[in-house]
Design a protein around this ligand. Structure first.
Ligand code: PGA
Length: 253
């Protein structure tokens, strides 16, 4: 089953609104020629969503947010809801990025609620899972990511699960310059797909599973050549239009 590759740039806590607008314009110009072959999205910080979205209007480059709260509105100081993200022009939202889990205490249960809220608002959640270095070294990688994905998707219908994207991001590879080998990535992606097949048999072959963790132009093509690696969630390299485009090109091979 051929899945269209998906390259998503997570800008993390970088770029002002003006800078984000400029970068979005560059990404649009560079990425649009590949839009038939590759889906592309950028994920700026909340404060830059409008500015980046304005530059993407009428294009096929998607906009996403980095996090979401599960209530639709209320007295929740500091939080942003899924309908608000839709209002800001988002199509995607990350749920359970390892930095949220590590630094802000996002639990599997929180990731589940965020995923549900995103789906309820019509967003496409990108559910992130990944093991730490001690977990990998003690041979627990598949158990850890299996539990994370099962928890995030528990209670969802097959029709809802169909609308998600999964991102496998080994924590030890994020921002470290260390990438999983393509064989390591493929092993985990295949295991994730097997779990998806149990949860949503009809959708398992269409759901995209992205790899994230130090993806660069020079390693993208090799990672993306694996049968179950359907795209990339790119951090650092997504902040440079040239590098990001190099990765998109890697997805066309
Ligand atoms: P990185 O980040 O590409 O800078 O390693 C990936 C991510 O956190 O999504």
């Amino acid at each position: 089953m051929a899945r269209k590759k998906f390259i998503c740039g997570n800008w993390k806590m970088y770029r002002t609104a003006a800078e984000a607008g400029a970068l979005a314009r560059e990404v649009r110009a560079a990425a649009e020629p590949f839009a038939d072959k590759v889906d592309v999205a950028i994920v700026p910080p909340f404060t830059a969503l409008w500015a980046a979205g304005a530059e993407l209007k009428g294009s096929r480059i998607g906009l996403g947010a980095q996090d979401v709260f599960w209530e639709t509105q209320g007295a929740f100081t500091g939080e942003v809801s899924a309908p608000m993200l839709v209002d800001a022009g988002c199509r995607y939202v990350l749920a359970g990025h390892s930095e949220r889990r590590q630094f802000f205490g996002d639990t599997d249960e929180a990731v589940r609620k965020k995923t549900r809220a995103a789906l309820a608002a019509g967003l496409h959640p990108i559910v992130c899972v990944g093991e730490t270095l001690p977990e990998r070294e003690s041979g627990r990688t598949l158990d850890v990511v299996g539990l994370q994905i099962s928890a995030a998707l528990s209670g969802l219908s097959a029709g809802e699960i169909e609308r998600i994207t999964v991102a496998y991001e080994p924590v030890w590879a994020i921002g470290t310059g260390k990438t999983a080998t393509s064989a390591q990535a493929q092993e985990v992606h295949a295991a994730l797909r097997a779990i998806l097949r149990q949860l949503a048999p009809a959708a398992a072959d269409t759901i995209r599973i992205l790899y994230g963790g130090s993806v660069k132009p020079d390693n993208a093509a090799e990672l993306l050549s694996q049968p179950d690696v359907d795209g990339a969630l790119v951090g650092g390299a997504s902040l440079k239009a040239l590098d990001f485009t190099g990765i998109i090109q890697g997805a066309t091979r």
